[in-house]
Ligand binder design. Structure first.
Ligand code: HEM
Length: 458
């Protein structure tokens, strides 16, 4: 007797399988998935709809983009979903921290950092942001005068690093940039499971890749340890996440956080916070340089509301077009373009069976480029954000549910202030002959880099 004959009729009818490419094995190897990932995700969504069943290498995967399905996984039935196997790769550089853990282990970590992201605290930090932006804009005076191109990606990463360090760690992380930036660049590729042999070999096999991996892990750990040590010696800020972590009690162990645990939190905030914000800033300036009409409308608003004065957090509600520009940039170029979950128990999404242990991928890049939701999805048009959003889960650059990005308000504040200040002072244009494409690394990186000419406005 086959399993089918043994199954009750109800079970057989309930277990409908979601549509997907025939034979289910779409990606013969994970490495082929890497080649044109973004197009592939959009194409799957277009061809099969809001839930697609497929296989990535040996793994059964459901890609979901339908807003109700995304809400189901992130919010309504979120208890049934863990970070899962694809987040394991992130532990290589993030460690065992807020981003990579679940349940009480996650909760105790999030609770320690949360007060640093409250709106009132962020408003108080706005002058630190505008000071840091001013330093950068002053440093552009020379290249502007000499008509030398500037690497905007690099500058935006350093800016985001500077802001994050000053606001959260009470130190200027740009002082560590020469060590940190190469480690970040390596980690962005290493953390994505590609199925390549170099990643699959046991850690003890002495390959060049393993040596590099260990080297950059040591670099990142080393910088975080120096910052912790500074605080232990009493030379750090009393009002920093580092001090809060040193004074906190871990809910699960009932003991203080260990050095490894504190380091993981610092790495998590650093990696999750500066790279995403740096990408968002770069893409927004890139889009403005490509769309003179949008840039002019933004300049008009800034002139009317601010003139030449430095913006404050209180100005932002009076700058609606600035916010629309940022929202549209986060739609077209979502810095986190995909994130995964694994189903703990069998589930049903939109009437389709999702077995325990399988992976659910949430490609927000495909959701944000869905032609069924967005008219001319490839166009950069801030006016689509004039009206209030209809559905939270057709646009979710910061995720959703309890695991929604802790840094959302900080990122939005920083991006708006920075874009306003850049547009007040400079006009940026892309250097010809340096095309840019979105690279699907851990973040959506503009590759190879965004080179711009900068010209003073006044
Ligand atoms: C434009 C900038 C940013 C974008 C687009 C972004 C996007 C996201 C997304 C989509 C998630 C959810 C991932 C998931 O559910 O699997 C997330 C989580 C997270 N983000 Fe952000 N992020 C940004 C800035 C920041 C900043 C500035 C920080 C901190 C300084 C930060 C720290 C984190 C952390 C720690 C998590 C994990 C939260 C948790 O699981 O409880 N992010 N981010």
């Amino acid at each position: 007797m086959t399993n089918d004959q043994e199954s009750p009729v109800e079970e057989r009818t309930v277990r409908r399988l979601a549509p997907g490419p025939s034979g289910s094995v779409l990606f013969g190897a994970l490495s082929s998935f890497k080649k044109d990932t973004l197009k592939l995700l959009v194409e799957l969504q277009r061809r099969y709809g809001g839930i697609v069943r497929t296989k990535m290498g040996p793994y059964l995967v459901h890609q979901i983009t339908e807003p109700e399905h995304v809400k189901h996984v992130l919010q309504d039935n979120s208890r049934n979903y863990s970070r899962g196997r694809f987040y394991q790769g992130f532990k290589l550089f993030f460690g065992h921290g807020m981003l990579t853990t679940d349940g009480p282990e996650w909760k105790t970590r999030r609770a320690v950092s949360q007060p640093f992201f409250h709106r009132a605290k962020l408003r108080a930090g706005a002058p630190t942001i505008t000071d840091t932006v001013n330093e950068l804009l002053d440093s552009w005076a020379d290249p502007a005068a000499r008509d030398e191109p500037v690497d905007i990606t690099d500058d935006m990463m350093r800016l985001a690093m500077g802001v994050l360090g000053r606001l959260l760690y009470g130190v200027d992380l740009r002082d560590y940039a020469e060590r940190l930036l190469p480690a970040v660049r390596f980690s962005l590729k290493a953390m994505i499971l590609t199925g390549e042999v170099k990643q699959m070999l046991p850690r003890w096999v002495p390959t060049r890749y393993q040596r590099q991996l260990k080297h950059y892990q040591r670099v990142l750990n080393g910088v975080m340890d120096e910052i912790i040590e500074l605080h232990r010696r009493g030379e750090g800020s009393d009002d920093s996440v580092v001090t809060a972590l040193l004074n906190a009690t871990h809910d699960v162990t009932g003991k203080p956080f260990t050095n490894t645990q504190i380091r993981a939190e610092l790495k998590t905030l650093f990696l999750a916070g500066h790279e995403t914000t740096g990408c968002a800033l770069t893409w927004t300036l890139y889009a403005l340089a490509q769309h003179a009409d949008v840039r002019r409308a933004l300049e008009r608003e800034l002139t009317e509301v601010l003139g030449e004065r430095v913006p404050t957090a209180d100005d932002l509600p009076n700058l609606p077009y600035l916010r629309q520009v940022v929202d549209e940039s986060l739609r077209l170029y979502p810095p986190i373009w995909l994130f995964p979950r694994d189903a703990i128990s069998d589930d049903e999404i939109g009437g389709y069976h999702v077995p325990a242990g399988s992976t659910v991928l949430i490609p927000l890049y495909a959701a944000h480029h869905n032609a069924a939701t967005w008219e001319s999805p490839e166009a950069f048009d801030p006016n689509r954000f004039c009206a209030a959003r209809r559905d939270r889960y057709d646009y979710f650059p910061f995720g959703g549910g309890a695991r929604k990005c802790i840094g959302m308000d900080l990122a939005l504040l920083e991006i708006q202030l920075t874009v306003a200040m850049v547009a007040q002072r400079y006009r940026l244009s892309l250097v010809a002959g340096h095309p840019v494409t979105p690279g699907a690394l851990v973040s959506l990186r503009p590759l190879p880099s965004v080179l711009m000419s900068i010209r003073r406005r006044h």
